[in-house]
Design a protein around this ligand. Structure first.
Ligand code: PA5
Length: 446
């Protein structure tokens, strides 16, 4: 099957009865989500995005991607948080790890570079250096249009485009993905005549990868966005039963809740492939921003193995026992290497002729058992293949799981009031008009 969920290694931590006892609560959480009676229900349109998306806009996304592929060597994607993590994760998931290092002549698709996700001038200068004299376009993504990081980057890249192509030429190369009806970027895009795409009202940033927010950059970078939506549509059709026995996403949510109540308050999403690292970054936002509120929630972290087994692997095996792991792995390797024969004393003779994927998978099995023995509960989410279809499926899997998980924990999984606190302080300290009182108060405290 497209995705399998395996909780068999939880046996020494959670009994079957415990899962069954979660059923009534899961039934309620499912109703809150599906009937739209739960808190935050206005932000659950992601549930039906894979099947009920705007077809006209989808065609415009494909046309814009073709135009960018034809007239640009680089697409600069400006956005932060939910306005970039999904596209970045998808492009890493679907491409060769070093795809952005290829020369233009060896590339099938434009290089996609992400900016506006930090406040570093050094980073921005290095992106400008990498672009050099090459043709580029910009996709600025911001629902509000006032988020500091992308707004600064947009000013810089708009200016660069205008220097290179003139004001009118620049307009043809700026694609704005923003709110349909309001916000600073929406009005600016209208006034300047940029092509616009929509961040739908009922979809929060961290749930937006299957909207234009993710689809345009993914398509430009060569991702098959039809397959991506088709995989998510399969998940939308399959992950619907309120019965735990029939719904692996709900099982995952329920097990997380059981573990959390037992004191396992940190979850590590584990991968054994560098191309899955960014998926972990997307997942961290999805989990952390959905669940971490009102003084509770599982802390989401990642383990990039086997790399990290040689760093904080010690802690996982032996440190404070409040961790659990969810291993995300893929059955069919994208590509493989056979371990060569060599006359050497490295103790590897017994592995020559074997594949690296065999060794990698065995490492993940062995590590899982060692961690379970060390007191770390483990679950496995396994995809058959690492392609756009399977990516769509697993995105939806985690989205629906976190919604149920949040309702099980008695919070609103769809708001993010905590993100505003730092933004307010930054505005205050920078002296943004309207924040004068806060400016004085914060400066006095520093
Ligand atoms: O999920 C969220 O709400 C945040 O991560 C936002 O996506 C992020 O702050 C960017 O906001 P905006 O799209 O308004 O620039």
């Amino acid at each position: 099957s497209t995705l399998t969920f395996d909780a068999s290694k939880l046996a020494s931590f959670v009994s079957e009865d415990e899962l069954a006892m979660m059923q009534p609560m899961v039934t309620v959480a499912d109703e809150l989500l599906r009937k739209g009676t739960g808190v935050g229900a206005a932000y659950t349109d992601w549930l039906h995005l894979p099947t009920a998306y705007d077809r006209e806009e989808f065609s415009r996304i494909q046309a814009a991607a073709k135009k960018i592929q034809a007239d640009s060597k680089v697409l600069v994607v400006i956005g932060i948080g939910g306005s970039y993590l999904g596209a970045r994760a998808a492009l890493d998931f679907l491409n060769d790890y070093f795809v952005n290092a290829y020369a233009d002549s060896d590339r099938d698709y434009p290089q996609v570079l992400f900016v506006g996700n930090n406040i570093s001038g050094q980073y921005l200068n290095s992106v400008l250096k990498v672009i050099g004299e090459r043709d580029f376009s910009v996709n600025v993504i911001s629902k509000s249009g006032t988020t500091t990081e992308p707004a600064i980057a947009f000013r810089v890249f708009k200016q660069k485009l205008e220097e290179k192509y003139g004001v009118a030429g620049a307009r043809e190369r700026i694609y704005a993905t923003t709110d349909a009806n309001k916000g600073a970027l929406k009005s600016f895009a209208d006034a300047e005549g940029f092509e616009k795409f929509v961040v739908p009202d009922g979809v929060g940033g961290r749930f937006s990868v299957l909207t234009a927010v993710g689809l345009l950059p993914i398509a430009v970078g060569g991702g098959d966005i039809e397959a991506l939506l088709a995989g998510a549509a399969q998940a939308e059709g399959e992950l619907v039963s309120a019965k735990l026995a029939e719904n692996p996403a709900y099982q995952y949510a329920a097990y997380r809740n059981i573990l959390y109540r037992k004191g396992y308050v940190t979850e590590l999403l584990i991968n054994y492939e560098p191309t899955l690292v960014q998926f972990g970054e997307w997942w961290k936002q999805l989990q952390g921003e959905s669940e971490g509120k009102d003084g509770k929630g599982i802390f989401p972290a990642t383990g990039n193995f086997s790399t990290d087994l040689h760093s904080f692997g010690q802690y996982i095996q032996d440190g404070r026992r409040n961790l659990f792991e969810t291993l995300l792995r893929v059955t069919e390797p994208v590509s493989d290497v056979v371990i060569p024969e060599m006359d050497a004393e490295d103790g590897l003779g017994y592995l020559q002729g074997e594949t690296m994927s065999y060794v990698n998978r065995t490492a993940s099995d062995g590590t899982m058992l060692a961690h379970v023995d060390g007191g770390v509960p483990n679950m496995v989410v396994e995809l058959e293949k690492q392609d756009a279809y399977h990516l769509g499926y697993v995105i939806y899997f985690f989205e629906v799981a976190v919604a149920i998980s949040g309702y099980l924990n008695g919070i609103n999984p769809f708001d993010q009031p905590g993100v505003e606190a730092y933004k307010r302080n930054m505005f205050g300290l920078l002296g943004k008009p309207g924040y004068e009182e806060l400016t004085a108060e914060l400066r006095a405290r520093l």
